[in-house]
Design a protein around this ligand. Structure first.
Ligand code: PLP
Length: 373
């Protein structure tokens, strides 16, 4: 937290109270960076080639990234005005929160979930309403529905949930949306959808089918499965008028030409990229099984990361990983998120997790935050 009195100008007190953003340490030597859910594979040559071809950087990019919009509209079977491109899906989420929610309005999301959610609510001046996850680290959608008030303007559902891993099922999501007033935005944040192997999981395509619920907007990103985190490109699918409202809050021209052509080239190479995604999902399932063998109650993992519910021992456990060259993401008092990265990191993760497990009392292996489904 910054002490407001250290700032030479007057800033909004809720902004002064925000902790400064801290990025995970970069990996050096033989360390593995497993703290940001990045894709461990190098970009495909065709993608690098596309980026190299976009050199007219003296010109502003195409404001709406029209070629990418058209391309995505085609695959979703929608018109281009149902697609909105942003510099990362987080920036679109910020736009949607700004467009819907101001002082006195409420934004509901599960907790613990993606770190950006509370920050987005604060920046908009809205009130965050956090609904605790269930004992097995899943969204508690009935409790989220019960938290809706006349002041609710936006609800964020994250599936698979970052950082704990479980999905929301399609039937849970459908039942939930039925209970949300039609004028309240529901954002389905599917940053990790490509890694999902559970056939019961909610899918944006199904959530939008038939336009039954025009208040639902689906978010996808090229950062994770498609490996373009460094270029910043994501998208929203939803009702054109909702996307217009989001666009009205956005900083124009944020999506660079390089990001757009790299996303297009990635769609061209989708089969090859999805082979990599399958390899990561298979690696994830092996990792989860091995971690459970060591005693950790790892929740169902459907993204490209796993969750160790270390509770009060989180920081000490993260230190143990760090000392062995594994940079993980601790959430103090709650647990550790470990991205599924290079194959060579898997044995090392399991070895350290096993040695940490031996030092923990039985009830620290996730009795509270996580359990098998
Ligand atoms: C990574 C992530 C995003 C997307 O990030 P961008 O790089 O901004 O596209 C969105 N939501 C969640 C839950 C994420 O983990």
């Amino acid at each position: 937290m910054t002490d407001a009195s250290d700032i030479p100008i007057r800033v909004r007190p809720e902004i002064a109270a925000l902790p400064p953003y801290k990025q995970g340490r970069q990996a050096g030597g033989d360390a593995f960076k497993l703290s940001s859910n990045e894709n461990p594979f190098d970009p495909l040559p065709g993608v690098v080639e596309a980026i190299r071809s976009a050199t007219a950087v003296n010109r502003y990019p195409d404001a709406s990234a029209a070629r990418l919009r058209e391309r995505l509209a085609e695959r979703w079977g929608l018109t281009a005005d149902s697609v909105h491109i942003g510099a990362g899906s987080v920036s679109i989420l910020a736009q949607l929160v700004l467009a819907t929610s101001g002082p006195g309005d409420e934004v509901i999301y599960a907790w613990r979930s993606f770190e950006a959610y509370p920050w987005l609510a604060v920046v908009a001046g809205a009130t965050a309403v956090e609904v605790p996850l269930t004992d097995d680290a899943r969204h508690d959608l009935p409790a989220m529905a019960a938290a809706i008030t006349a002041r609710t303007r936006a609800i964020i559902v994250c599936s698979p949930n970052n950082p704990t891993g479980p999905i929301v099922t399609q039937s849970e999501f459908d039942a939930f949306v039925e209970q949300v007033p039609a004028d309240v935005l529901v954002v389905l944040d599917e940053a990790y959808s490509e890694f999902v192997t559970d056939p019961d999981a909610v899918a944006g395509e199904r959530a939008l089918a038939g336009h039954r619920h025009p208040n639902v907007v689906v978010l996808r990103t090229f950062s994770k499965a498609f490996g373009l985190a460094g270029l910043r490109v994501g998208y929203a699918i939803g009702h054109p008028r909702i996307l217009d409202a989001a666009r009205s809050t956005s900083i124009p021209l944020s999506v660079t030409a390089q990001a757009e052509v790299a996303a297009l080239a990635s769609l061209d190479a989708e089969d090859e990229l999805l082979d990599r995604v399958r390899a990561i999902a298979e690696r994830r399932d092996r990792l989860v099984a091995a971690l459970r063998e060591t005693g950790w109650r790892v929740p169902d993992a459907q993204g490209n990361f796993v969750w160790l519910p270390a509770g009060a021992e989180t920081l000490a456990a993260a230190q143990a990983f760090d000392e062995e060259g594994l940079i993980v993401r601790p959430f103090a008092g709650d647990g550790i998120r470990i991205s599924v990265g290079e194959e060579e990191s898997v044995d090392r993760i399991v070895r350290i997790a096993a040695s940490v497990a031996r030092t923990l009392p039985e009830d620290h292996l996730g009795a509270r935050a996580g359990a098998e489904r």
